[in-house]
Ligand binder design. Structure first.
Ligand code: UD1
Ligand code: MG
Length: 456
């Protein structure tokens, strides 16, 4: 196969559709899969496939879609299709870009988010090998509604839309996925030849096949896995695509050395980064921007977002890491602990029922059960600085801003409002008093009351 990276390529993503069946105020192509809008998944595949230039055709809520496109790639050209007159009409909205005469033009769809870059590279490779129009198809036992790919002697001779197909043609199970690549030099000549004489009075991009054939050009279809071509029209399909995406991510991670005993219960974000030899127990959920280093163990039911989990760290079960949580090598954050915008330094332990927010926990420090950093005064957030090897007794409240020195102790149940210097001990609670024989006196009084028939 020819190396497609030697050839210039204009990728055009069609993203003008209304998406009525989503029943949403959000444009369809902005609905997220693994937290990333569908159109951005498509852009990512296009860029990985080595596209030189990118054009996105927008229509419905053009400005919003344009913003999401520009956020990912500010070089992307955005074209507006004012009226929806068919897929060929949509492609021609990008006429100014097509006129630049790239080697290849690749057509993708903003609502078809699972196409692999490798597949696009192979499709473009066909152009490198002398094909003029290459169409990506898939096979299904239930082809109703799809355009059928009609082949003769290994050549694609036509794509017949379901509505326009004969009984015989409707039996064909090789379907048009919509994605296609064609010669950039011939693009305008072919596109301008398309008319709207069909059941829908639309300009069908698919008619390019017969037009190219009539000109004696080389037209071929390539088969892809149906998964890669699934388009999203409603939220049921969106959930199916999400599930397929999650499966791919799980498999990729497991093959890269991540252990999961129940992968079906673990959910990733599109940008989750996990090194090898990490173990993930069931029901762990990843929000945006999580990085997990080698050897870490994420125990069951933990929830992570915006967190950096260092080498050999153990979290959970039931840990919650919020944005800015930074857990250094060998530290531990145990059950029912929440960490937000805080650094837990090397080997420090936060084992049970604790909230650490806006804080530093020094290396080797031990935070007792039920410790709370009181970081918020109703107006502002304040910082708690806990020194290395400090020991915070259980059920302490550290009222920020406050500093606990290196090697310092805080007595259990303290409310700490002032600095505890290095190696000192801070106690901030009422002193205990002991009343001798009080227990037996209470029991004697209760027994007397009971005998007198008064239950009180
Ligand atoms: C299209 C194909 C069909 C294929 C099917 C696969 C054509 C004519 N038909 O049919 O062969 O089997 O996809 O899903 O291409 N769009 C615009 N502007 C328009 C019209 C469409 O941007 O004026 C966008 C839509 O938002 C959508 C895509 O193009 O993302 C496909 O259009 P749609 O009308 O859904 O085509 P299908 O009938 O599904
Ligand atoms: Mg469709």
């Amino acid at each position: 196969m020819n190396n497609s990276s030697n050839r210039s390529c204009l990728t055009i993503i069609l993203a003008a559709g209304e998406g009525t069946r989503m029943r949403s105020n959000l444009p369809k192509v902005l609905h997220p899969v693994a937290g990333l809008p569908m159109v951005n998944h498509v852009m990512q595949a296009a860029s990985e496939a080595g596209g030189t230039a990118l054009a996105v055709v927008v229509g419905n809520q053009a400005a919003l879609v344009g913003e999401a496109v520009a956020a990912q790639d500010n070089q992307a050209q955005i074209f507006e299709q004012k009226e929806r007159l068919g897929t060929a009409h949509a492609v021609l909205a990008a006429r100014d870009a097509i006129e630049k005469s790239y080697d290849d033009v690749l057509i993708l769809y903003g609502d078809v988010p699972l196409t692999k870059a490798q597949t696009l590279i192979e499709l473009r490779g066909m152009l490198g090998d002398g094909v003029d129009v290459a169409v990506l198809g898939f096979r299904t036992e239930n082809p109703t509604g799809y355009g059928r790919l009609l082949e003769e002697d290994g050549n694609l001779v036509a794509i017949r839309e379901h509505k326009d197909a004969s009984e015989e043609e409707r039996k064909v199970e090789f379907c048009n996925g919509g994605i296609m690549a064609f010669s950039g030099k011939l693009a305008l000549e072919l596109l301008d030849g398309i008319s709207n004489e069909n059941a829908n009075n639309e300009f069908y991009l698919t008619d390019m096949v017969e037009i190219a054939r009539a000109k004696g050009l080389n037209v071929k279809a390539m088969e892809a896995d149906v998964e890669e071509i699934i388009g999203v029209n409603n939220r049921v399909e969106l959930a199916q695509v999400e599930s397929l995406w999650q499966n791919r991510k799980r498999e990729a991670l497991m093959l890269a050395g991540v252990s999961m005993s129940a992968p079906q219960t673990v959910f990733f974000h599109h940008d989750t980064q996990i090194e090898s030899d990490v173990t993930i127990e069931p029901n762990v959920i990843f929000g945006p921007q999580v990085v997990v280093k080698a050897g870490a163990v994420l125990r069951a039911f933990s929830h992570l977002e915006g967190a950096d989990v260092g080498k050999d760290v153990v979290i959970g079960p039931y840990a919650r890491l919020r944005p800015g949580a930074e857990l250094h090598e060998g530290s531990k954050v145990g059950n029912f602990c929440e960490v937000k915008k805080a650094v837990i330094e090397k080997g420090a332990k936060v084992n049970h029922l604790t909230y650490i927010g806006d804080a530093r926990v020094g290396a080797g420090a031990n935070i007792g059960a039920g410790t709370i950093t009181c970081n918020y005064d109703g107006m502002n957030k304040h910082f708690t600085d806990i020194g290395k090897n400090a020991f915070i007794g259980s059920n302490s409240s550290l009222v920020a801003p406050v500093k606990i020195g290196d090697g310092a102790y805080v007595a259990s149940g303290s409310v700490i409002t002032e600095e505890v210097p290095d190696d000192a001990m801070g106690i901030g609670r009422g002193r205990q008093s002991v009343k001798k024989d009080y227990g037996s006196q209470i029991r004697a009084r209760n027994a007397a009351l009971k005998a007198a028939g008064q239950k009180k």
